[in-house]
Design a protein around this ligand. Structure first.
Ligand code: GDP
Length: 462
């Protein structure tokens, strides 16, 4: 169990940089004795006499034997990440030195930090609220510009400030309703019902917007899943390679994928797309067992977009229509993107005529890189990436989504109650329920189990 009392009495230590050999490693100490413990083994200066935010060169010794030359950065409470006394020791990153130094600090009174304990302390000491603490984990894990921006925005508190302001207004109303209960015999109304309805309406509109931003936020965090499908030899691999070269992105074959589906991660416009190459759908049903086809459909259902790539020289309008119909039974028409490839050997006007009545076909050549920019623009558009460029808040955390949904339900119930001749008690109860769930997001309401489940997901040293 993680501690839940603020202002911890003990001092914790952990490696803050990745384990293994490197040029430099940083060992972090935090707690009331952090500077004192480091000072016991640090030679060169008296660290306890130094100002906050200063860096000092010295040696760390064990029984007068030098273990390493280091730089020690001193932070005096409350001006540190955890708001406790802290020291960051930069040493040479050999596993031997790291192990030796951490053991020395432990011998002198520190204890090993639990996963996420530095950030937990920052939260308990009021440096961060809960959604900001979670943003720290997201920031560390972010691999693309978009996911980085999203985490940074949450870390800066944009999202929690918005919720805090709303919560405060509701608290004020709850207080007025409680007051009415005290004067129950006199039948007075302090809380203006029409105003309360307006407030609930505006809170719900913010909450619903946040709820509906989750799909995008989640996609940004984990990559937008896109199924790329089409007959063999239509140019699927060529297209993926062309996109890869375009953006110099990282290709990775995600572990755990089977031969029927191969995933490539491609960074387009700062957003990670996960391209899932499935086995053929329609045309191969006689060759591949139904199981493979069913798997392809399952992937389509789980994906945000489906690209159907085809060679117009080999695809009639009837066939294409049949494919669109079939795909439409597994995904929304809006998420299907029809792409005609090998434009270098064909004629766009002629092809357009052939597929008259079928909307939204893109004509490209993967090999000669014709209209690839149009293709990527369309992808970004279909992924609603433009929502990211405006200042709207996007949520990406399942815990936040659930709390927002529960808040919304409680507010729905509050509105329903207001239509009926019930007393203030029930109303007060429902408003409190909504306040509780809103508070869960920022950590104004928290319990040990919740903190435990959030912070143990961090690595040690964070
Ligand atoms: P996949 O089986 O769908 O992955 O198809 P490939 O990407 O392996 O491509 C099959 C063949 O089509 C290869 O010989 C490619 O060079 C060729 N090809 C791919 N894209 C184009 C294109 O835009 N124009 C032409 N002319 N050939 C292409």
């Amino acid at each position: 169990m993680l501690p839940v009392s603020p202002y911890a009495e003990d001092t914790i230590v952990a490696l803050a940089t990745p384990a293994g050999t490197g040029a430099i490693a940083v060992i972090r100490l935090s707690g009331p004795e952090a500077i004192k413990i480091c000072n016991k083994v640090f030679f060169g200066k008296d660290l306890e006499k130094q100002a906050s935010h200063t860096v000092h060169f010295g040696t760390i010794r064990e029984n007068d034997v030098i273990v390493d030359e280091v730089l020690a950065t001193v932070f005096i409470a409350p001006s540190s990440y955890t708001r406790e006394n802290s020291v960051e020791v930069s040493c040479h990153a050999s596993p031997y030195i790291i192990h030796k130094l951490i053991n020395l600090f432990i011998k002198n009174g520190a204890r090993t930090a639990k996963p996420g304990e530095f950030t937990l302390r920052a939260f308990l000491n009021g440096q961060l609220d809960l959604s900001q603490a979670e943003a720290v984990a997201d920031l560390i894990a972010s691999r693309t510009e978009a996911s980085h921006n999203m985490a940074l925005k949450q870390l800066r508190g944009g999202f929690s400030n918005e919720l805090k302001a709303l919560r405060q207004q509701l608290i004020d109303f709850a207080a007025l309703i409680e007051l009415e209960l005290d004067f129950a015999e006199e039948d007075v109304e302090f809380a203006n019902r029409p105003q309360l309805k307006v407030l609930i309406g505006s809170i719900q509109s913010v909450i619903r917007k946040l709820i509906s931003s989750f799909d995008l936020g989640n996609a940004i965090k984990n990559g937008i899943p896109v199924v790329i499908s089409g007959k063999p030899n239509v140019g699927k691999s060529t297209l993926l390679n062309a996109l890869l070269n375009e953006d110099r992105a990282i290709v990775s074959e995600i572990a755990g994928t089977t031969r029927d589906t191969i995933e490539d991660e491609i960074n387009i416009g700062g957003i990670n797309f996960r391209f899932i190459d499935t086995a053929g759908i329609r045309e191969t049903s006689d060759k591949i067992e139904a199981i493979g086809v069913e798997k392809a459909y399952e992937k389509i259902r789980q994906s945000a977009l489906v690209i159907y790539l085809f060679d117009p020289e080999e695809t009639s309008a009837e066939e294409l229509k049949a494919i669109v119909n079939e795909l439409s039974t597994h995904t929304s028409g809006d998420s299907i993107l029809l792409v005609a490839n090998k434009l270098d050997k064909g004629n766009e006007a002629e092809w357009k005529k052939r597929y008259e009545g079928i909307n939204g076909i893109l004509f490209i050549s993967a090999k000669d890189r014709i209209h690839l920019d149009l293709f990527t623009e369309t992808l970004l558009q279909k992924a609603h990436a433009d929502q990211l460029n405006n200042d709207e808040t996007v949520i990406s955390n399942v815990r936040h989504l659930e709390a927002l949904q529960k808040t919304n339900e409680a507010l729905d119930d509050t509105l329903r109650l207001m239509e009926q001749p019930f007393g203030g008690e029930l109303l007060a109860f429902e408003i409190k329920r909504a306040l509780h769930h809103l508070g869960e997001i920022t950590g104004d309401i928290s319990n040990e189990d919740l903190l435990d489940s959030i912070f143990t997901r961090f690595c040690i040293g964070k």
